[in-house]
Write a protein that binds this ligand. Structure first.
Ligand code: AMP
Ligand code: ZN
Length: 113
């Protein structure tokens, strides 16, 4: 249905996938905003954070566990990193399939832009 991230899950669009299991995949962002910029997405299509159901709670927890493993593998866990999920247009959400941004490898500013 024209979802670019579902196309990546189905391997119809290429991506640099660094983790895959039954429930999620993680791949490198095509337009990185930091030395580490990886996206963790559920294989289940969920359009926005507002569409997360109670039955998805385990899935969301798993996304965070996978994100933690990636930060350790990439050596940024102890230095620090930022996790971002944008929701709806004013946040800047551009792809309407939820994704957890992992950003790190440089100092992060606050407040965010
Ligand atoms: P958001 O603005 O939160 O919706 O973030 C969408 C992210 O997906 C952006 O950081 C894009 O650079 C990234 N992105 C879009 N298309 C692709 C793609 N085909 N492969 C990898 N990352 C992508
Ligand atoms: Zn999708």
């Amino acid at each position: 249905m024209g979802c670019i991230f579902c196309e990546i899950i189905n391997k119809r669009v290429p991506a640099k996938i660094i983790h895959e299991d039954e429930f999620v995949i993680a791949f490198e962002d095509i337009n990185p905003q930091a030395p580490v910029h990886t996206l963790v997405i559920p294989k289940k299509h969920i359009s926005t954070n507002l569409d997360i159901k109670r039955e998805d709670n385990g899935l969301l927890g798993h996304m965070f566990q996978v994100a933690n493993k990636i930060t350790k593998d990439k050596g940024i866990a102890e230095r620090g990193f930022r996790l971002v999920m944008n929701c709806n247009p004013e946040s800047g959400q551009a792809v309407f399939h939820i994704h957890l941004h992992i950003l790190g490898g440089r100092h992060m500013h606050w407040p965010p832009g």
